[in-house]
Design a protein around this ligand. Structure first.
Ligand code: SF4
Length: 279
């Protein structure tokens, strides 16, 4: 059973030890690194970003695409997975059977923080449905829910002195994951497939249209339910244009590249040893 906002409020009240897992699209709604202080002020014990999970997922995608001869569809976006299965069930066998960065990161967190409850802060509610397929995510709330909690508790984004970063698994280059095509770019799909064999589509209407008459040359469909990718998610700010949201992601990447992170906090592969990535 996956909880939502009500369960999170209960756990915060009970002072349960909590890990906040942030989708990298959080930067559309919040500032970095101020968000970490805000989460700690709210009552979270640990904060991590999904970017390390995305790196592990990418490695699997790259390997699969190198070996595969047929047509494969990305499965990191539950919105597109559930809609394709419902509307075009014949494509079920083409879905890549690798967990999403949310599930992979949750599995790593469970291993590292076995007594904590794991809370995913999401750009959409499809992730709540996806979380029911694993025992590793306890609660899912939207970024908009988190903002409401901050408002109620008067927790503001404030400048903090000294270095502050996520607790673990820091990873830079997958911070562009929430942009359309972020997966194929960071999984270095170009190195696994020939030109013209990858198709990036954002927006479920266009995805379904493509699947009606697929281009036979395409070996990999990198797709996102939302227009623009996760930055177009319904739980994110609506007062910004997609271009403004994209610029916030790119500025975050730039800022992150300049930040020195201690090796112990980086997302190195041995930290994911023994984690089940495929299903
Ligand atoms: S693209 Fe939209 S539906 Fe898919 S995971 Fe991102 S926010 Fe959710």
């Amino acid at each position: 059973m996956v909880g939502g906002l009500k369960e999170l409020k209960k756990e915060l009240f009970n002072k349960t030890k909590l890990v906040a897992m942030l989708a990298p699209s959080f930067i559309v709604n919040f500032d970095y690194p101020e968000i970490i202080t805000q989460l700690k002020d709210l009552g979270f014990d640990k904060t991590v970003e999904l970017t390390f999970g995305a790196k592990i997922v990418n490695i699997e995608y790259h390997k699969l695409l190198q070996k595969n001869k047929g047509f494969l569809i990305s499965s990191v976006c539950p919105g597109s997975v559930y809609t394709i299965i419902e509307k075009k069930p014949r494509y079920l066998a083409n879905m890549i059977r690798v967990y999403s960065p949310m599930i992979v990161t949750a599995k790593i967190c469970r291993k590292l923080y076995p007594k904590h409850k794991i809370v995913f802060i999401s750009p959409c509610y499809f992730k709540s449905r996806e979380a029911t397929t694993t025992d590793d995510v306890d609660i899912v709330i939207g970024c908009n829910d988190l903002q409401r909690l901050f408002d109620v508790k008067h927790i503001k984004s404030r400048k903090v002195k000294g270095k502050i970063s996520f607790d673990k698994f820091y990873n830079d280059y997958t911070k562009i994951y929430p942009l359309a095509g972020g997966l194929s770019k960071t999984a270095h799909v170009k190195g696994a497939l020939n030109p013209g064999e990858t198709k990036v589509i954002d927006g479920i209407v266009d995805i379904l249209k493509f699947l009606d008459k697929p281009d036979k040359k395409v070996k990999f469909l990198d797709c996102n339910y939302c227009v623009g990718g996760c930055i177009g998610g319904p739980c994110l700010r609506r007062d910004l244009t997609l271009e403004e949201k994209k610029q916030r992601v790119l500025a975050y990447v730039k800022q992150a590249l300049k930040t020195k992170i201690p090796k112990k906090d980086k997302g190195i592969l041995e930290k994911a040893k023994g984690i089940k990535v495929k299903y």
